[in-house]
Design a protein around this ligand. Structure first.
Ligand code: TYD
Ligand code: MG
Length: 467
């Protein structure tokens, strides 16, 4: 039976429909279907063509085999040489050599982030480091010319014969260059700008994204090339294009941070080959992105306590970072007082304000309250509760904690300060950065590294420490 060559693709979720309907029954969006032309020769055979051309052609299709007979690959990961990126991409391996972090050959990684956040810079730096280690890398840019990329590379001190640059937007031509250069890693900057000539739709449309991404994922898997795709995000911070892009790739990373701050945070939203808990920290300098290897980088070197500011050791993945939490209260109107957060959870703030009122005796109903984590890092660790509450109370009462003090603890609805996990690690990091006095809940946790621990069982007790 002849197959229809026209289908309809949802702009929102990428689902395919045989006929036009007003509402996509996959995602529930209205009026979001675009016509999608499927030529009968396309599908798997054509995809195989892409992979074969990249491998130099000739190999047969895959066959099913018992898992025990699968030959292990020699190289589990390609370390990019940028420790913070490798950490987020995931680590594997045990034994003497330790765990190696990096991109898995044959995997596809999507990196999203606001314009100007530093995606291209990070990719070019990673490409340069990888090329420096002797592996070939192809950096295909569809947004800049090769001269512009060269200029940027000069600024980043990236120069290596193993790094190939290509300015093209046509997928077929990019694949042809992959075949010719045989790289270990391909970077496509950006996936929204490339297109397949045999589709009617323009670059960036759901149809193009679906087709290009399918081919690139297939190419990565069959030719064993690691593919890094740079993706744009929409105004509300979601990766542009159908969510299907996120389903198709192995790893989705977000590069975030305040453009007006120099710190950048790389986090994994999905990772088939590693944890999504780790974050990578960078600082944008005039010579590109520098890794921030320890937590000190987020806390100003000349940090001085002041009212409305409390330091807290928070956990981000396997590492502990000292963060400054700031709060400000200002006279507002009862019933319509503003509560705004930056980097902190708004619901958590509302809960802490309620606890401060009920259990701490503060009157905040007519106060506008602003709270933020300095440096732009998003904090979800409940251990920051005590620091947030002390910062709000401090600014409201015009009191400050003594210098060299930090606070750790989760606050319950009863106003009790609760124990949090990994206390020894937090103590050690605080002590390392010179915080000698730690306010925390009573526990059996080790007190090594802290000269003075002040235990507080309730929030009211903690408020008494404000001076
Ligand atoms: P870019 O990597 O082009 O961002 P994206 O690809 O995510 O859009 O980064 C551009 C910004 O980074 C730009 O505003 C300037 C800044 N930058 C530096 O501060 N130092 C540098 O060495 C480079 C290359 C860029
Ligand atoms: Mg860019």
């Amino acid at each position: 039976m002849a197959r229809s060559t026209h289908q309809f693709i949802c702009r929102s979720c990428g689902a395919l429909h045989p006929r036009w309907i007003g509402k996509c029954n996959e995602c529930g969006q209205w009026d979001c279907l675009d016509e999608y032309e499927v030529d009968p020769g396309r599908t798997q055979d054509r995809q195989l063509g892409v992979a074969e051309s990249a491998r130099g052609g000739g190999e047969t299709a895959t066959v099913a085999m018992p898992i025990t007979e699968v030959a292990p690959t020699d190289q589990l990961r390609l370390p990019t040489g940028i420790g913070e990126l490798d950490r987020v991409l995931g680590t594997s391996g045990e034994g003497d050599e330790g765990r190696v972090g990096g991109v898995v050959p044959g995997s596809t990684v999507l990196i999203g982030g606001d314009p100007g956040i530093g995606k291209s810079t990070l990719m070019l730096q990673a490409a340069g480091r990888l090329a420096g280690s002797g592996l070939r890398v192809l950096y295909a840019t569809s947004e800049e010319s090769v001269q512009q990329t060269h200029l940027r590379a000069q600024r980043l001190s990236v120069a290596d014969d193993a790094l190939f640059v290509l300015a093209d937007t046509n997928l077929a031509r990019i694949v042809e260059q992959i075949r010719q250069t045989e790289p270990a890693l391909v970077i496509i900057d950006s996936v929204q700008m490339i297109y397949k000539g045999d589709l009617q739709a323009g670059p960036g449309t759901a149809a193009q994204l679906r087709a290009c991404c399918t081919d690139l994922v297939y190419l990565a898997k069959t030719a064993g090339v690691a593919v890094l795709l740079v993706g744009h995000v929409t105004k509300d911070g979601q990766l542009a294009g159908p969510r299907l892009l996120e389903h198709m790739v192995d790893t989705v990373l977000y590069f975030e941070g305040d453009r007006y701050h120099s710190h950048r945070v790389l986090r994994a939203m999905k990772n088939r080959y590693g944890t999504t808990l780790e974050v990578g920290l960078f600082e944008m300098t005039d010579r590109g992105l520098q890794e921030v290897e320890n937590g000190a980088g987020l806390l100003a070197a000349e940090y001085q306590p002041h009212n409305g500011s409390v330091v807290c050791p928070v956990l981000q993945g396997s590492r502990c970072l000292l963060l400054e939490i700031q709060a400000l209260t200002a006279t507002g109107f009862p019933g319509s007082a503003k509560r705004r957060t930056s980097g902190l959870d708004g619901n958590r703030l509302a809960m802490l304000i309620a606890v401060l009122e009920k259990r701490g005796g503060l009157r905040l109903a007519d106060q506008d309250i602003f709270a933020s984590s300095v440096g732009g890092l998003k904090v979800s660790d409940p251990a920051a509760d005590l620091a947030i509450a002390l910062a709000i109370a401090g600014t409201h009462l015009n009191r400050t904690l003594p210098p060299g003090t930090c606070a750790i603890g989760e606050i319950g609805l009863g106003g009790e300060v609760r124990h949090v996990h990994q206390m020894p690690q937090r103590f050690a990091e605080a002590a390392r950065l010179g915080f000698r006095q730690i306010i925390c809940p009573p526990s059996r946790a080790t007190r090594d590294g802290a000269d003075h621990v002040t235990t507080v069982a309730s929030m009211a007790q903690a408020l008494e420490l404000l001076d």
